[in-house]
Design a protein around this ligand. Structure first.
Ligand code: ADP
Length: 718
């Protein structure tokens, strides 16, 4: 065996010649290098050996025999690492050789041996010593291991136990992880760096409808086509950048339904940070998203419908379904007398919007053989889903963007009637409306129906009001004409009656009974005259011809004069005046203001049938004049006070007592007062009396006068 390590040879000899010869021979060994150490003194041999630890000891027979044998014994005693000992002799038959070989010397060499023989012997001796040392080492190890075996066994058992425990914990953890992953309500997937699925959980397979086996070892694009390719692109990005992509909102068409998910992609690394692949976390938000879309649509449509008085908003309402719920939609309405009419149509593609009118007009719906589904929905008031919108038409003829993938025709039902239908269509290949989506469309149809009903009843009310207003106008015109027509003959009648009475009273041409009858005729003619005057006033008020002049009028004088005129006609009533000494001037039309005071005084008398005090007060404050008329009459029921100044209104207690009237007086009072920039109010307790208070702005000197009222008005009193 050759070795590259230089071997040390200790030569114990008293002669330098041996050393030179041996060194020379060993130096010629081509396969092994030696260093030869010469030792001449026998007594130092063992120590030298222990210091040097030579690979071979050569003992020369030039030493004394006894020394040779002693040395051999000494070297053999340092077992187990006893060196290889070789004897260097002159003769082959030396008795020393036998002695030495018996004592453990490996071999001998002759001084005359060839160098080859020397190398061979030394090498073999070293090999034998190495072998012996190795065997000794092994034996020692063996012995040691036998000694330590119980401990080792115990340690090994402990290790095995720990390993078992660790494996059990690891299995438990893995089982737990498996359970968590599989029972997680969110989709989880892991792919390797080659973008192939390594693991997917149950939730994900439920979401995408493919079993686990279809995923494993394959790429998303191979499993899911286009949308899988997009998935892969995101993975590629994560793998390339090592950065996660978090909460990406994606929408895909799966099982015919539009699904929405929140997706995050994370790089997955081992403990040393090496990239192992990419993990995906997918949360299905379809439910939430669909209800958000539904709410958004209904809210947007709701505000449009609320803001619209007629059906013109229906097109925009249909547009609120774009793009999530529809590609196009229409509203058809039916009148009792009319056929089904397309009243609103909207398409995401503006150019196609116009085409809808041709494809879905009344004519087209009626020539399609069987009853068209839209007409059926209107007739039956029931929603139809995925009914053929182009029956009896070769589908190829219909533009692709109008060919429905899915559709809902919902009835417009309000107040138990179905005046039309809302048709909503998606052309997205493979899509089918879900129940939820259909419910949103039906709700939208209900809201449209409310608008249609409201618009129709608004129109009905408008027409009814127009009819009523026309009737009122006609009536007022008639009253005005009649009053004008009656005025002239009545004036003649009144004039002649007055003349007759005056003559009769002067000449006593008539007896007392006839004179009384004549007075009654005159009184009733005057009453008729007042009624006609009132009717004319009302007609003037309505035609806006009641323009007052603004001249200074003393309210004290007006009130005093009218009270004075009235007093002689009163039997049960007493008028008490509370007037300031100074005039109280207001800017106005004297005749009309007289009319106000007169009406209030007459009412005070009329509605206090049992008589009593009628108190007339005039006051002035800084900016206004105040006139009030109080009585102790029947008063007015509190609930009726707010309507007191309305035209034709008469309080219930006045009617109950059969006190006659037309319900015009207070209306005229308020109109005149307000046209003077004033106000009139009433305070009353039923059964105790009433107080009417008029407030008017004071006359300001220098204010420009308003033109006087028309002469017709003035003539009324003449
Ligand atoms: P008319 O007296 O012709 O009915 P008015 O317009 O003058 O019409 O009055 C409207 C109604 O107000 C009267 O019918 C009556 O019920 C009520 N009213 C007016 N003045 C008084 C009053 N002083 N006391 C009680 N009720 C009054």
């Amino acid at each position: 065996m050759t070795t590259s390590r230089p071997r040390t040879v200790l030569l114990v000899t008293p002669g330098v010649a041996d050393s030179d010869a041996l060194q020379r021979d060993l130096a010629d060994d081509p396969d092994q290098a030696y260093s030869v150490v010469l030792l001449e003194r026998v007594d130092q041999a063992l120590q030298q050996y222990l210091d040097l630890r030579p690979d071979c000891v050569i003992i020369s027979d030039a030493l004394r025999d006894t020394d040779c044998v002693a040395l051999v014994d000494a070297f053999q005693s340092v077992m187990p690492s006893a060196p290889a000992v070789v004897l260097l002799v002159d003769q082959e038959h030396s008795p020393l050789i036998c002695e030495a070989l018996q004592r453990g010397v490996y071999d001998y060499i002759l001084r005359s041996s060839s160098p080859r023989r020397v190398w061979w012997t030394v090498r073999k001796a070293i090999e034998a010593a190495d072998l012996r040392a190795s065997l000794a080492q092994q034996r020692q190890t063996l012995e040691e291991s036998v000694v330590h075996q119980p401990r080792l066994v115990a340690e090994r058992e402990e290790l095995a136990r720990k390993e078992g425990e660790t494996r059990r914990l690891m299995n438990e953890a893995l089982a737990l992880l498996d359970t968590l992953i599989d029972s997680a309500p969110i989709g989880l997937a892991f792919a390797d760096c080659d973008r192939r699925f390594v693991r997917v959980n149950r939730a994900l397979t439920i979401m995408n409808g493919r079993p686990v086996e279809e995923h494993l070892g394959r790429r998303p694009a191979e499993v899911f086509g286009d949308f899988g390719a997009e998935w892969e692109r995101w993975w590629q990005k994560v793998l390339a950048t090592g950065e996660p992509i978090v909460n990406l909102e994606v929408s895909v068409l799966l099982f015919g339904r539009r699904q929405y998910a929140l997706v995050s992609y994370y790089p997955v690394r081992d403990v040393d940070g090496n990239l192992l692949g990419v993990g995906s976390v997918v949360t299905d938000i379809s439910q939430r998203k669909r209800s958000e879309i539904g709410q958004r649509v209904l809210a947007a449509a709701g505000s449009m419908l609320a803001a619209s008085p007629d059906t013109s908003a229906l097109g925009d309402v249909v547009r609120t379904l774009f793009p999530d719920l529809a590609d196009y939609g229409m509203v058809h309405l039916q009148d009792e007398r009319e056929p089904l009419l397309l009243v609103a149509a909207a398409h995401r593609d503006q150019e196609l919007e116009a085409q809808l009118a041709t494809w879905f007009d009344a004519e087209r719906l009626s020539v399609s053989g069987d009853v068209h589904p839209i007409a059926r929905v209107v007739a039956e008031g029931r929603t139809l889903r995925d009914a053929p919108l182009f029956p009896a038409i070769d589908e190829e003829m219909v533009p692709a963007q109008l060919r429905p993938a899915t559709c809902v025709i919902a009835p417009l039902i309000a107040h138990g009637r179905c005046p039309g239908a809302l048709t909503v269509v998606s052309v997205e290949a493979g899509r089918q409306y879900t129940d939820e989506e259909s419910a949103v469309i039906e709700e939208l149809a209900r809201r449209c129906a409310m608008l249609v009903a409201a618009a129709r009843s608004y129109e009905e009310v408008r027409q009814a009001r127009a009819t009523a207003e026309a009737a009122v106008e006609q009536r007022d015109r008639f009253i005005s004409t009649a009053a004008h027509e009656l005025k002239t003959p009545l004036a003649v009648l009144l004039g002649n009656a007055q003349l007759l009475l005056r003559r009769a009273e002067q000449d006593y041409a008539l007896d007392a009974i006839n004179r009384r009858n004549l007075r009654i005729i005159l009184a009733q003619a005057q009453r008729l005259n007042r009624l006609i005057a009132t009717l004319l006033d009302v007609s003037r008020l309505e035609s806006g011809r009641m323009v007052s002049a603004r001249l200074p009028v003393d309210l004290c004088r007006v009130a005093g004069q009218l009270a004075e005129e009235l007093t002689p006609t009163l039997i049960r009533h007493v008028i008490s005046l509370d007037l300031p000494d100074e005039p109280v001037l207001v800017a106005g039309d004297e005749l009309r203001l007289e009319q106000v005071v007169q009406n209030l005084l007459h009412n005070a008398v009329k509605y206090s049938p049992r008589g009593g005090e009628i108190r007339v007060t005039v006051q002035r404050s800084e900016h206004e004049a105040l006139l009030s008329v109080s009585d102790q009459g029947i008063g007015i029921p509190e609930a009726e006070l707010p309507r007191l100044f309305q035209r034709y209104f008469r309080a219930s207690n006045a009617e109950a007592r059969q006190i006659r009237g037309m319900g015009f007086g207070l209306f005229i009072v308020r109109e005149i007062v307000e046209s003077h920039g004033g106000t009139v109010e009433v305070q009353s307790v039923e059964g105790s009396g009433s107080t009417f208070t008029v407030r008017l702005p004071l006359w300001t000197p220098g204010a420009s006068p308003v033109p006087p009222p028309d002469s017709a008005w003035k003539n009324r009193y003449t």
